[in-house]
Design a binder for this molecule. Structure first.
Ligand SMILES: Cc1cc2nc3c(=O)[nH]c(=O)nc-3n(C[C@H](O)[C@H](O)[C@H](O)COP(=O)(O)O)c2cc1C
Length: 161
């Protein structure tokens, strides 16, 4: 038995303030995205980032198949986009659920209006309990210095103030 119960674990993690991203991929003309806060920088040489994907999610299958993913870092005011891409039961399709997107190097959709994005080729997939850890080699990136980030803390959205 675990020495820490699930609610205690989740409450402790809810105290970790993070940004919010939309993680996307494109495979054989089909795109899919999920809201993901498990994003981190990993390495400067080479340029690597990581994201964690729940087992059974469409992206767990699609990212290894496509060999690429993009991370859109959401800006203040993009709560509705975060809420949409957290909904279960959606399916991949030719467009990202009607949201405005653009592409950089890999062809993965990037959410318009994001404060930043990182476009990645898949470096490795590592098992991580009920998630997989996808390591991405960054091949495209940009940021908008005039925007502020959407923050997630104690199960709610916040701004920097
Ligand atoms: C703020 C927030 C952060 C999330 N972070 C992650 C994450 O890092 N990895 C993940 O797999 N799911 C994460 N989720 C849950 C997914 O967005 C959600 O399970 C997914 O969109 C459901 O789609 P599915 O039916 O394809 O699994 C997060 C949800 C929210 C609201």
């Amino acid at each position: 038995m675990s020495p820490v119960d699930a609610d205690t674990f989740k409450d402790a993690l809810a105290s970790w303030a993070s940004g919010v991203t939309v993680l996307t991929t494109e495979h054989e003309g089909q795109v899919y995205g999920i809201t993901a806060s498990s994003f981190s920088t990993l390495s400067m040489d080479p340029l690597l980032v990581l994201v964690c994907i729940q087992n059974g999610n469409h992206l767990e299958r699609m990212v290894p198949a496509s060999g690429k993913f993009a991370v859109s870092v959401l800006a203040t005011g993009q709560d509705d986009i975060s809420n949409h891409f957290a909904i279960s039961g959606r399916d991949p399709g030719p467009e990202l659920d009607g949201f405005d997107t653009f592409t950089d190097q890999t062809g993965c959709p990037i959410v318009s209006g994001a404060i930043a994005h990182l476009d990645c080729e898949l470096e490795a997939v590592v098992p991580g309990g009920d998630h997989v850890i996808a390591l991405g080699r960054v091949v495209g990136a940009a940021s908008d210095p005039d925007k502020e980030p959407l923050m997630y803390f104690r199960r709610g959205y916040h701004g920097l103030d």
